[in-house]
Design a protein around this ligand. Structure first.
Ligand code: ZN
Ligand code: ZN
Length: 232
């Protein structure tokens, strides 16, 4: 299983990497999940968590509430007795299991989204779940048992997008960066382009060396810097 360790010894595991990535962040005594994956991914995530040998997770941070990241929230919440941590903007979407998708950045992607949106509407819904800790701007996870970990608001792909920054070294960014395209790490779907630019700068300013996206492999800092240069 792919994993990373910060110089402080915090471990991050890629516990599931099907349609979207699910990460487990663990120290000696506790752990938490970042994203839940699709509705059908719950058993894979549970299996992945067991394989890490880390303490069972007690929290779930959702980078945002699109179905491919939040679909399994309700069942994982039950399975591990998790407390959910979600941007305050997305609490209502998680609460009804339906989070609207952004329009595409290009005419081609917008046309594609228009075609798949209607028939896809049902597919994009999932069992609703409660938010235990809403994030307003920023959340220090130190008091929850995770010193050096922060959740920061990184709107752009969607208004309710957040990123999890561990030990100022590794950031899990959901769909704020996209790891599956060769040429650019720009997400293909963006709700708020200007906000996205400032979120990318905020991610760069965390000083992190590695960015773990919701889709695709780890992104080195240089690729984020290159994207910011291109957009400037
Ligand atoms: Zn998304
Ligand atoms: Zn996604």
């Amino acid at each position: 299983m792919r994993s990373w360790t910060t110089t402080n010894g915090t471990r991050i595991f890629l516990v599931c990497s099907g349609r979207s990535n699910v990460y487990l962040v663990a120290n000696e005594t506790a752990s938490f999940l970042v994203d839940a994956g699709m509705f059908a991914a719950a058993p894979l995530v549970t299996h992945g968590v067991a394989r890490t040998g880390a303490p069972a997770p007690s929290y779930l941070v959702l980078t945002h509430t699109h179905f491919d990241h939040a679909g399994a929230t309700a069942s994982l919440r039950r399975r591990f007795n998790l407390k959910t941590i979600v941007c305050d903007h997305d609490v209502k979407f998680l609460g009804c299991g339906d989070s609207p998708f952004p329009e595409g950045n290009t005419r081609a992607i917008r046309a594609l989204m228009a075609v798949i949106r209607r028939p896809g509407e049902l597919m994009m819904q999932y069992p609703p779940a409660v938010t235990d800790i809403p994030v307003r701007g920023r959340l220090d996870m130190g008091p929850l048992g995770f010193d050096g970990t922060e959740v920061i608001h990184t709107p752009g792909h969607s208004m309710g997008s957040v990123s999890v920054v561990v030990d100022k070294e590794i950031a899990m960014v959901g769909d704020t960066l996209y790891g599956l395209a060769l040429r650019s790490v720009m997400p293909p779907l963006v709700d708020e382009p200007i906000k996205l630019f400032f979120s990318l700068c905020a991610l760069r300013d965390t000083g992190a060396r590695l960015y773990l996206p919701g889709h695709g492999p780890a992104i080195p800092r240089e690729r984020l810097e290159k994207l910011i240069d291109e957009l400037s």
